[in-house]
Design a binder for this molecule. Structure first.
Ligand code: URA
Length: 235
């Protein structure tokens, strides 16, 4: 890979800014000042520094965002803020997108990445990755919901859902729900189908990755390597 491409991708800078930094002598590879923007390097092996700070190579970015209400899971939207606009400069790079969507009024864990292959695998119905939500209801939940959801409820007349697990909590207005798919407005429609209504929804887990309880609403952090290994695990 060319050094200017490496710098621009890893630091989310334009190619011309990366070239300017090289020209100013701010970039070193294995301790040697880089003289030319077309110098080739091996990102897996070479040690690259910018202004004395090592650039840790990341082929892809994996980000956990605690989405607040009112923000849209899209890469671009003319009217509302999008999840990408919440990312700090240090996490931004080209090609990022949310892998799976939450409704505008749903809070919680959004997985943002530039790894298209992983996102495809995650979103494929065959991978059945667990998604857990905290659901607040308008009316107390009823015990029969557990079996109705476990056997795969049909919503809106003809849409059959995969089996889902309802976990009651001490508060009858609050339940946790584990889904293995992501149909449009799925939980809201499931609750409507049993005669209830969702008043608040928050995603708290994707596969084995739990939304970091110390991550404030609206904030994002990188997903660690060990967390990533648990993405396809069942809890
Ligand atoms: N189900 C919904 O109804 N909305 C979401 O955002 C996620 C699951």
């Amino acid at each position: 890979m060319r050094i200017d491409k490496f710098i621009s991708e890893q630091e989310s800078l334009s190619r011309s800014d990366a070239k300017a930094m090289i020209k100013k002598g701010q970039v070193f590879v294995n301790g040697e000042r880089v003289k030319s923007a077309d110098m080739k390097l091996d990102p897996e092996k070479d040690r690259i520094t910018l202004n004395g700070k090592e650039i840790i190579y990341r082929k892809f970015m994996y980000i956990m965002l605690n989405k607040p209400e009112g923000v849209i899971c899209a890469t671009r939207d003319g009217l509302s803020a999008t999840v990408l606009e919440l990312l700090p400069d240090s996490l931004i790079r080209k090609g990022l997108f949310p892998a799976g969507r939450l409704d505008k009024d749903t809070e919680g864990f959004v997985f943002i990445t530039d790894d298209g292959a992983l996102a495809h695998k995650m979103l494929s119905p065959r991978s059945h990755i667990e998604k857990e939500y905290e659901v607040t209801l308008e009316k107390p939940y009823e015990k029969e919901y557990i079996d109705i959801f476990a056997s795969g409820i049909t919503i809106d007349g003809d849409e059959k859902c995969l089996p889902a697990k309802l976990i009651p909590t001490a508060d009858p207005y609050k339940v946790n729900l584990i889904l293995h798919e992501g149909k449009y407005h799925q939980i809201k429609r499931m609750m409507t189908a049993v005669g209830n209504r969702v008043v608040h929804l928050k995603r708290i887990r994707m596969g084995g990755i739990i939304l970091d309880p110390s991550l404030p609403s609206g904030k994002a952090r990188e997903i660690t390597e060990s967390e990533l290994l648990t993405l396809f695990e069942k809890v």
